[in-house]
Design a protein around this ligand. Sequence first.
Ligand SMILES: C[S@@+](CC[C@H](N)C(=O)[O-])C[C@H]1O[C@@H](n2cnc3c(N)ncnc32)[C@H](O)[C@@H]1O
Length: 176
Amino acid sequence: MIFVYVLAGLFLTLAALWILIPALYGLPSVPTRHGRIRAALRLADLKAGEAFFDLGCGDGRTLVIAAREFGASATGIEIGPVQCLVSWMNAARNGVRSRVRVKRGNFYRADVRAADVVFVYATTRELSRLQEHLASQLRDGARVITVGSNFPDWEPAQIDRENLIFLYVMPVQTYR
Ligand SMILES: C[S@@+](CC[C@H](N)C(=O)[O-])C[C@H]1O[C@@H](n2cnc3c(N)ncnc32)[C@H](O)[C@@H]1O
């Protein structure tokens, strides 16, 4: 019986951490549908061998699709420790552990200089805070894709209106 209580306690602790830590940073852990991720990676023209980053990788589904279906080398930056663990397990379960890295950290301070493609699923509030950081780090030709929201000051190179996906190519044109 005690075993059941320990297991239930562990499960509740992990579930609480899954919800509470992202909530502290203002962006909840809501996954992107698989079809939308594929559409985003196609829009970004992600190629085999390219460096793909997901800022806030959640359960790691974008990393698995980028590595398994597009042959990319995928890195997730994630604030939630439980999400990091789940991403890592997801990559291992899908046989792409060698091409997926998960780093626990804050994406506002992440080193993304190596990125060819950056994926972000966040609200306009987070994107407006990320603009300067990304502009200062990404090399010319790097692509950034956002789903659901757009960067307030950046002009997208392309928009997939059906899936609400925005593509930006560095250096970006700004509206100002
Ligand atoms: C909307 S979910 C997107 C998950 C995943 N990218 C997807 O598309 O399925 C946002 C993720 O960002 C993480 N997150 C929130 N704030 C963060 C921060 N400042 N730095 C790193 N990760 C953060 C959350 O824990 C959550 O997993």
